[in-house]
Design a protein around this ligand. Structure first.
Ligand SMILES: Nc1ncnc2c1ncn2[C@@H]1O[C@H](COP(=O)(O)OP(=O)(O)OP(=O)(O)O)[C@@H](O)[C@H]1O
Length: 241
Protein backbone atom coordinates (compact mmCIF):
# COMPACT_ATOMS: atom_id res chain seq x y z
CA UNK A 1 0.00 0.00 0.00
CA UNK A 2 2.80 2.46 0.90
CA UNK A 3 6.17 2.35 -0.78
CA UNK A 4 8.99 4.64 0.34
CA UNK A 5 11.94 4.79 -2.07
CA UNK A 6 15.39 6.26 -1.37
CA UNK A 7 14.18 8.86 1.09
CA UNK A 8 16.99 11.28 1.89
CA UNK A 9 16.90 14.36 4.09
CA UNK A 10 19.73 16.79 4.66
CA UNK A 11 19.73 19.40 7.44
CA UNK A 12 22.47 21.99 6.89
CA UNK A 13 25.18 19.63 5.60
CA UNK A 14 24.19 16.59 7.68
CA UNK A 15 22.38 13.68 6.01
CA UNK A 16 19.84 12.72 8.67
CA UNK A 17 18.08 10.21 6.37
CA UNK A 18 20.20 8.16 3.98
CA UNK A 19 18.34 6.49 1.07
CA UNK A 20 15.67 4.98 3.29
CA UNK A 21 13.39 2.50 1.47
CA UNK A 22 10.60 0.32 2.86
CA UNK A 23 7.04 -0.75 2.25
CA UNK A 24 3.91 -1.14 4.32
CA UNK A 25 1.20 -3.62 3.31
CA UNK A 26 -2.56 -3.42 3.81
CA UNK A 27 -3.67 -4.42 7.30
CA UNK A 28 -0.15 -4.36 8.68
CA UNK A 29 1.18 -2.62 11.81
CA UNK A 30 4.80 -1.58 11.36
CA UNK A 31 6.92 -0.37 14.29
CA UNK A 32 9.52 2.31 13.60
CA UNK A 33 12.23 1.68 16.18
CA UNK A 34 15.52 3.44 16.83
CA UNK A 35 17.46 5.46 19.38
CA UNK A 36 16.95 9.19 19.95
CA UNK A 37 17.90 11.10 16.83
CA UNK A 38 17.78 8.02 14.56
CA UNK A 39 15.40 9.75 12.13
CA UNK A 40 11.96 8.32 12.99
CA UNK A 41 10.16 11.67 13.13
CA UNK A 42 12.00 12.88 10.02
CA UNK A 43 10.75 9.81 8.09
CA UNK A 44 7.20 10.40 9.31
CA UNK A 45 7.23 14.11 8.51
CA UNK A 46 8.74 13.41 5.06
CA UNK A 47 6.03 10.86 4.25
CA UNK A 48 3.38 13.35 5.31
CA UNK A 49 4.95 16.17 3.29
CA UNK A 50 5.38 18.28 6.44
CA UNK A 51 9.05 18.75 5.59
CA UNK A 52 10.63 18.80 2.16
CA UNK A 53 12.58 15.75 1.06
CA UNK A 54 15.97 16.15 -0.61
CA UNK A 55 15.50 12.89 -2.51
CA UNK A 56 13.06 10.03 -2.69
CA UNK A 57 9.53 9.15 -3.73
CA UNK A 58 6.48 8.00 -1.83
CA UNK A 59 3.99 5.73 -3.60
CA UNK A 60 0.51 5.06 -2.30
CA UNK A 61 -1.27 2.13 -3.96
CA UNK A 62 1.15 2.46 -6.88
CA UNK A 63 0.51 6.19 -7.38
CA UNK A 64 3.21 8.70 -6.59
CA UNK A 65 2.15 11.01 -3.75
CA UNK A 66 3.15 14.62 -4.27
CA UNK A 67 0.48 17.08 -3.19
CA UNK A 68 -0.16 17.78 0.48
CA UNK A 69 -3.90 17.41 -0.07
CA UNK A 70 -3.55 13.91 -1.60
CA UNK A 71 -1.39 12.83 1.32
CA UNK A 72 -3.83 14.15 3.92
CA UNK A 73 -6.73 12.41 2.15
CA UNK A 74 -5.18 8.98 2.56
CA UNK A 75 -3.05 9.21 5.66
CA UNK A 76 -4.15 10.06 9.19
CA UNK A 77 -1.55 11.34 11.64
CA UNK A 78 -0.96 11.42 15.37
CA UNK A 79 1.85 13.95 15.87
CA UNK A 80 4.63 13.65 18.43
CA UNK A 81 3.80 17.09 19.85
CA UNK A 82 0.16 18.15 20.29
CA UNK A 83 -1.04 20.53 17.58
CA UNK A 84 -4.34 22.36 18.09
CA UNK A 85 -6.27 25.62 18.01
CA UNK A 86 -6.27 27.20 21.49
CA UNK A 87 -9.74 28.68 21.10
CA UNK A 88 -11.54 25.51 19.98
CA UNK A 89 -12.77 22.92 22.49
CA UNK A 90 -11.98 19.23 22.14
CA UNK A 91 -15.41 18.60 20.66
CA UNK A 92 -15.11 21.54 18.26
CA UNK A 93 -11.82 20.10 16.97
CA UNK A 94 -13.52 16.78 16.29
CA UNK A 95 -16.38 18.59 14.49
CA UNK A 96 -13.88 20.65 12.50
CA UNK A 97 -12.03 17.55 11.30
CA UNK A 98 -15.36 15.90 10.44
CA UNK A 99 -16.23 18.95 8.37
CA UNK A 100 -12.82 19.01 6.62
CA UNK A 101 -13.16 15.35 5.67
CA UNK A 102 -16.85 15.68 4.80
CA UNK A 103 -17.98 13.02 7.26
CA UNK A 104 -21.81 12.80 7.29
CA UNK A 105 -23.33 13.91 10.62
CA UNK A 106 -24.67 10.47 11.63
CA UNK A 107 -21.35 8.82 10.79
CA UNK A 108 -19.52 11.53 12.76
CA UNK A 109 -21.73 10.94 15.83
CA UNK A 110 -21.05 7.19 15.66
CA UNK A 111 -17.31 7.64 15.30
CA UNK A 112 -17.22 10.28 18.05
CA UNK A 113 -19.09 8.07 20.51
CA UNK A 114 -16.81 5.14 19.72
CA UNK A 115 -13.52 7.01 20.08
CA UNK A 116 -14.56 9.19 23.04
CA UNK A 117 -15.74 6.10 24.89
CA UNK A 118 -12.58 4.16 23.99
CA UNK A 119 -10.32 6.94 25.25
CA UNK A 120 -12.44 8.07 28.22
CA UNK A 121 -12.69 11.59 26.87
CA UNK A 122 -16.35 12.34 27.54
CA UNK A 123 -15.81 14.65 30.52
CA UNK A 124 -13.23 16.65 28.54
CA UNK A 125 -15.23 17.34 25.38
CA UNK A 126 -16.20 20.89 26.37
CA UNK A 127 -12.71 21.82 27.56
CA UNK A 128 -10.08 23.79 25.69
CA UNK A 129 -6.85 21.87 24.96
CA UNK A 130 -4.77 24.11 27.26
CA UNK A 131 -6.96 22.98 30.18
CA UNK A 132 -6.04 19.31 29.66
CA UNK A 133 -3.33 17.32 31.44
CA UNK A 134 -0.44 16.01 29.29
CA UNK A 135 -1.90 12.51 28.98
CA UNK A 136 -5.41 13.77 28.24
CA UNK A 137 -3.99 16.10 25.59
CA UNK A 138 -2.39 13.03 24.03
CA UNK A 139 -5.75 11.19 24.11
CA UNK A 140 -7.29 14.25 22.43
CA UNK A 141 -4.63 14.06 19.65
CA UNK A 142 -5.38 10.35 19.25
CA UNK A 143 -9.12 11.05 18.99
CA UNK A 144 -8.39 13.61 16.22
CA UNK A 145 -6.48 10.93 14.31
CA UNK A 146 -9.28 8.38 14.62
CA UNK A 147 -12.34 10.61 14.05
CA UNK A 148 -11.76 10.58 10.29
CA UNK A 149 -11.69 7.73 7.80
CA UNK A 150 -8.23 6.51 6.77
CA UNK A 151 -6.43 3.58 5.20
CA UNK A 152 -3.05 4.35 6.72
CA UNK A 153 -2.32 5.93 10.07
CA UNK A 154 1.10 7.28 10.99
CA UNK A 155 1.54 7.68 14.75
CA UNK A 156 4.66 9.36 16.16
CA UNK A 157 5.23 8.20 19.76
CA UNK A 158 1.47 8.05 20.39
CA UNK A 159 1.83 6.36 23.80
CA UNK A 160 3.71 9.29 25.28
CA UNK A 161 2.17 10.37 28.61
CA UNK A 162 -0.64 7.78 28.61
CA UNK A 163 -1.54 5.89 31.80
CA UNK A 164 -1.51 2.05 31.74
CA UNK A 165 -5.25 1.80 31.00
CA UNK A 166 -4.98 4.27 28.12
CA UNK A 167 -1.88 2.45 26.80
CA UNK A 168 -3.87 -0.76 26.67
CA UNK A 169 -6.85 0.97 25.05
CA UNK A 170 -4.69 2.50 22.31
CA UNK A 171 -3.01 -0.83 21.67
CA UNK A 172 -6.46 -2.45 21.39
CA UNK A 173 -7.59 0.34 19.08
CA UNK A 174 -4.63 -0.29 16.76
CA UNK A 175 -5.51 -3.99 16.73
CA UNK A 176 -9.15 -3.19 15.99
CA UNK A 177 -8.13 -1.07 12.99
CA UNK A 178 -5.80 -3.80 11.79
CA UNK A 179 -8.84 -6.14 11.87
CA UNK A 180 -10.54 -3.59 9.62
CA UNK A 181 -7.58 -4.00 7.21
CA UNK A 182 -6.12 -0.58 7.99
CA UNK A 183 -2.35 -0.08 8.07
CA UNK A 184 -0.45 1.65 10.85
CA UNK A 185 3.12 2.93 11.14
CA UNK A 186 3.98 3.61 14.75
CA UNK A 187 7.18 5.04 16.15
CA UNK A 188 7.77 4.15 19.78
CA UNK A 189 10.42 3.54 22.42
CA UNK A 190 8.06 1.23 24.37
CA UNK A 191 9.47 -2.02 23.04
CA UNK A 192 7.63 -4.41 25.43
CA UNK A 193 4.38 -2.85 24.31
CA UNK A 194 5.30 -2.70 20.61
CA UNK A 195 6.03 -6.42 20.48
CA UNK A 196 2.46 -7.16 21.58
CA UNK A 197 0.83 -5.61 18.52
CA UNK A 198 3.32 -4.86 15.69
CA UNK A 199 3.65 -7.30 12.77
CA UNK A 200 7.00 -6.03 11.53
CA UNK A 201 9.68 -3.59 12.59
CA UNK A 202 11.97 -1.16 10.84
CA UNK A 203 15.08 -0.62 12.94
CA UNK A 204 16.87 2.65 12.24
CA UNK A 205 20.14 4.12 13.40
CA UNK A 206 21.79 7.38 12.33
CA UNK A 207 19.37 7.86 9.46
CA UNK A 208 19.82 4.37 8.01
CA UNK A 209 17.68 1.26 8.09
CA UNK A 210 19.68 -1.46 9.77
CA UNK A 211 17.17 -4.30 9.65
CA UNK A 212 13.53 -4.94 8.72
CA UNK A 213 11.32 -7.90 9.59
CA UNK A 214 9.14 -9.60 12.17
CA UNK A 215 10.56 -10.15 15.64
CA UNK A 216 11.27 -13.78 14.78
CA UNK A 217 12.91 -12.93 11.45
CA UNK A 218 15.15 -10.27 12.99
CA UNK A 219 15.97 -12.55 15.93
CA UNK A 220 17.07 -15.25 13.52
CA UNK A 221 19.10 -12.82 11.41
CA UNK A 222 21.13 -11.43 14.29
CA UNK A 223 21.39 -14.36 16.68
CA UNK A 224 21.72 -18.00 15.61
CA UNK A 225 21.78 -19.52 19.11
CA UNK A 226 18.66 -17.99 20.60
CA UNK A 227 15.90 -17.41 18.09
CA UNK A 228 13.49 -15.82 20.54
CA UNK A 229 15.03 -12.52 21.47
CA UNK A 230 12.73 -9.89 22.93
CA UNK A 231 12.47 -6.62 21.05
CA UNK A 232 14.52 -4.94 23.78
CA UNK A 233 17.27 -7.57 23.40
CA UNK A 234 17.21 -7.06 19.63
CA UNK A 235 17.48 -3.29 20.09
CA UNK A 236 20.41 -3.57 22.51
CA UNK A 237 22.22 -6.06 20.28
CA UNK A 238 21.74 -3.92 17.18
CA UNK A 239 23.01 -0.85 19.02
CA UNK A 240 25.93 -2.84 20.46
CA UNK A 241 24.89 -2.11 24.04
N1 LIG B 1 14.82 21.11 12.07
C1 LIG B 1 15.98 20.47 12.19
N2 LIG B 1 17.15 21.06 11.93
C2 LIG B 1 18.33 20.40 12.02
N3 LIG B 1 18.43 19.11 12.38
C3 LIG B 1 17.29 18.46 12.68
C4 LIG B 1 16.02 19.09 12.60
N4 LIG B 1 15.05 18.18 12.94
C5 LIG B 1 15.71 17.03 13.23
N5 LIG B 1 17.04 17.19 13.07
C6 LIG B 1 18.07 16.17 13.25
O1 LIG B 1 17.70 15.04 12.50
C7 LIG B 1 18.07 13.85 13.17
C8 LIG B 1 16.86 12.93 13.30
O2 LIG B 1 15.92 13.55 14.17
P1 LIG B 1 14.50 12.88 14.45
O3 LIG B 1 13.71 13.87 15.25
O4 LIG B 1 13.92 12.41 13.18
O5 LIG B 1 14.90 11.63 15.35
P2 LIG B 1 13.96 10.60 16.13
O6 LIG B 1 14.42 9.24 15.75
O7 LIG B 1 12.53 10.92 15.90
O8 LIG B 1 14.39 10.91 17.63
P3 LIG B 1 13.60 10.79 19.05
O9 LIG B 1 13.51 9.34 19.39
O10 LIG B 1 14.50 11.53 19.97
O11 LIG B 1 12.25 11.46 18.88
C9 LIG B 1 18.68 14.28 14.51
O12 LIG B 1 20.08 14.30 14.39
C10 LIG B 1 18.14 15.69 14.69
O13 LIG B 1 19.04 16.47 15.46
Amino acid sequence: MLQVNNLTKIYDTKKVLKEVSFEVKCGEIVGLIGPNGAGKTTIIQSILGLIERDQGDIYYNGQILKKQQEIATHISYIPEQPVYYEDLTVEEHLQFIAMLFKIPQNEYQKRKEFIVDYLNLKEHLKKFPDQLSKGTKQKFMISCGFIREFDLMVADEPFSGLDPAALKNLKDLFREYKRRNKSIIVSTHLLDLAQTFCDRYIFLNKGEIIVVGSQKEISEKINFKNKNLSLEEIFLKLMNK
